[in-house]
Design a binder for this molecule. Structure first.
Ligand code: PBG
Length: 323
């Protein structure tokens, strides 16, 4: 045997030189859930170690995470059922608790990059990402609502808006609305290839945002489709997205790779709640080692081509490598 690949794996010193992929806490974006009120830190049953926080409790937690090396966050609102309606009107009430939290978090930590969620589902009595009429999800009629939500978030100081709704044409529509309102510096991370996935379960538990009727298959992508992701990416790129996201991440590594090869803007991936829950559950049972399995999962997403990864493991990974 003339070629023996094991020679290049023979010591820590050699292995560390030959590492093809680097992963650090700088690649991670930490999703956090916020609700209205005081002194709230409620653990999410199906997503252990993750909480719904009130503003007074989330501020010190973000400060902890900043010390661990996390400087990017995405914030999701858990809205009281009584404030939900069919048109998600609470989403752009200028003093709602979510916009208030954005203002306060950015005031306290101007150095972080804060990303929002733009979609109707947390605020919608139907639990869908768009307007519902006779069981149908309306596309064009949803866009002005998403635009009001985005502009309100930009006014509150958000750095990146994150449309997660999968309506057609929303990236261009939001770009125009943001520019017109004077927010040409506010970035858009498009949920470009977002699949109708079973792995969003714990997230919907966290926000109590599951659809009240039907499913999301008429707007989120079919898990069987790969080439269709290129169409979504061409549209979002052409409409002005600053970054393209693939969601979920681990069952869709081929899609991350495909977009990375074909588009010259940053590619991100959302390591969603169900993917993280699998590792939490298996390691609770003692079936997997938590630190090494979550690190391997994140590394695989990075290796597939993700520049940034939204992940509930962000804090634990940062603790592991920086703490
Ligand atoms: C909805 C939204 C979802 C997630 C982020 N934004 C769920 C859905 O589409 O029903 C899921 C994230 C996760 O599972 O971690 N706009």
């Amino acid at each position: 045997m003339r070629r023996r690949p094991r020679r290049n794996r023979s010591s820590v010193a050699i292995r560390s030189m030959l590492e093809e992929t680097q992963l650090s806490s700088k690649n991670l974006i930490y999703p956090m859930f916020i609700e209205d009120g005081k002194s709230i830190q409620t653990e999410i049953n199906s997503l252990p170690n993750n909480y719904r926080w009130s503003l007074d409790k989330i501020l010190p937690e973000i400060e902890n995470c900043i010390h661990l090396g996390i400087d990017k966050y995405v914030l999701f609102p858990a809205v009281d059922e009584s404030l939900k309606d069919t048109v998600a009107s609470y989403s752009y009430v200028s003093d709602n608790f979510y916009l208030d939290a954005i203002r306060k978090i950015k005031e306290n930590f101007p150095q972080i990059s804060l990303m929002s969620d733009v979609a109707m589902d947390p605020y919608s009595s139907d639990g869908h990402d768009g307007l519902v009429q006779n069981g149908e999800i309306l596309n064009d009629e949803t866009l002005p609502i998403l635009a009001k939500m985005s502009v309100a978030q930009a006014q509150a100081g958000i750095d990146i808006v994150g449309p997660s709704d999968m309506m057609d044409g929303r990236i261009g529509y939001l770009r125009d609305a943001l520019d017109k309102a004077g927010f040409s510096h506010t970035a858009i991370m498009a949920y470009t290839a977002k699949y109708a996935s079973a792995f969003y379960g714990p997230f919907r538990d966290a926000l109590d945002s599951a659809p009240k009727g039907g499913d999301k298959k008429s707007y989120q992508m079919n898990p069987s489709n790969k080439r269709e992701a290129l169409i979504e990416a061409e549209l979002d790129f052409g409409e002005g997205a600053d970054m393209l996201m693939v969601k979920p991440a681990t069952c869709y590594l081929d899609i991350i790779h495909l977009l990375k090869e074909n588009f010259d803007i940053p590619i991100t991936a959302y390591n969603v709640s169900g993917e993280c829950a699998m590792i939490y559950a298996a390691s609770e049972k003692g079936w997997l080692d938590y630190d090494s399995s979550m690190s391997e999962m994140l590394m695989s997403i990075r290796r597939a081509g993700a520049d940034g990864i939204l992940t509930y493991f962000a804090k634990d990974f940062a603790k592991l490598v920086n703490g």
